[in-house]
Design a protein around this ligand. Structure first.
Ligand SMILES: C[S@@+](CC[C@H](N)C(=O)[O-])C[C@H]1O[C@@H](n2cnc3c(N)ncnc32)[C@H](O)[C@@H]1O
Length: 307
């Protein structure tokens, strides 16, 4: 049995997208509990190999347990996917057949109260994916200026009450726990008709900022393209529009030849397209999947193939 409370999202679609095969080399850059990785190992038996990365030591030890049957074929490292090129160089893998990025936080992280990701459970304001992250959510809410807080809540949370929430946070400082933060947010009257919990967007924004998630995605995408063999595939699952936009724009950009760069990009060299989009519209989970796993509801899968 898979000892994991995290159900892999769009599982069949990922296996179909990556088309694992015997002898292939794969990377799971966001291993989590290893749900997708397990499928990759099964389908690429007897000798497909996998490099699995996660910054969270708890996720990694759970994945190690869940992937024990494939021990000789996997390499696991507690590292950020932003170090992809370096990790591959260490293994002396020149090119790989498939790369998966299943972005964001796992169910285990949300459900482990003391990690501070959930506004429904009281815990220290942490929200770090791993110990390498230099600041906690408490550092951010207590040390940022009101303006910085408002900007990040607006930008990463798409929260229209960002200014009022930032003001309430500054007034209530110092904040040490999720409950204190939720109370500060709840002191701002919610917009009429907003069905989300009032803390949803602010918590999302802080998590993204603490872990520099959007910068990390921008850093890994070119490395992933460089690492793929021709015909190899990159599959990215994102959970909100900010992530999806980065992936979409990157895939679009890389699927076009850049000839005669336009005036504003005159300093860029002409180059050939590096990718082909496998699906122009993102794949989304079926109603059945969402019924069984409500956390899948905002998932979007984009797949690209290296030319
Ligand atoms: C949605 S979960 C992945 C779940 C996994 N696909 C499974 O089937 O169990 C995302 C994981 O990515 C990890 N993560 C987030 N940012 C990361 C980064 N920069 N580098 C490596 N792992 C990261 C998180 O710690 C989390 O465990």
């Amino acid at each position: 049995m898979n000892d994991s409370p995290h159900q892999p999202v769009l599982y069949k679609e990922i296996i179909h997208a990556l088309q694992p095969h015997a002898g292939g080399r794969y990377v799971d850059g966001t291993l989590g509990a290893g749900g997708h990785a397990r499928g990759i190992m099964e389908v690429s038996a007897p000798d497909g190999r996998l490099l699995g990365l996660d910054v969270d030591p708890q996720a990694l030890s759970l994945a190690r347990k869940n992937l024990a049957p494939y021990e000789g074929r996997i390499h696991l490292a507690q590292a950020s996917y932003t170090s992809l090129s370096m990790q591959l160089a260490q293994l002396q893998w020149e090119a790989v057949d498939g790369i998966l990025l299943d972005l964001g936080a796992s169910s285990m992280q949300f459900d482990t109260a003391e990690r501070g990701f959930s506004f429904l459970q009281d815990a220290p304001l942490d929200m770090r994916f791993g110990p390498h992250v230099s600041q906690t959510a408490a550092d951010l809410v207590n040390k940022s200026s009101e303006r910085e807080l408002a900007d990040l809540i607006y930008q990463y949370g798409e929260e229209r009450e960002s200014r009022k929430i930032a003001r309430a946070i500054v007034k209530a400082r110092p904040l040490h726990t999720t409950r204190e933060l939720v109370a500060a947010i709840e002191s701002v009257p919610p917009r009429r008709g907003d069905r989300l919990h009032p803390a949803t967007r602010t918590f999302q924004a802080l998590r993204i900022a603490v872990n520099e998630e959007l910068t990390s995605i921008k850093e890994v995408l070119p490395q992933a393209v460089a690492a793929l063999k021709s015909g190899g595939r990159l599959a990215v699952i994102s959970f909100h529009s900010l992530e999806d936009r980065i992936v979409k724009d990157f895939f679009r950009e890389q699927s076009k030849d850049l000839v005669n760069p336009p005036y504003e990009r005159i300093y860029e060299e002409e180059r050939k397209a590096t990718l082909k989009e496998v699906n122009r519209k993102p794949m989304v989970p079926s109603e059945d999947e969402i019924k069984n796993n409500p956390r899948a509801r905002s998932a979007k899968l984009r797949i690209a193939e290296k030319l």
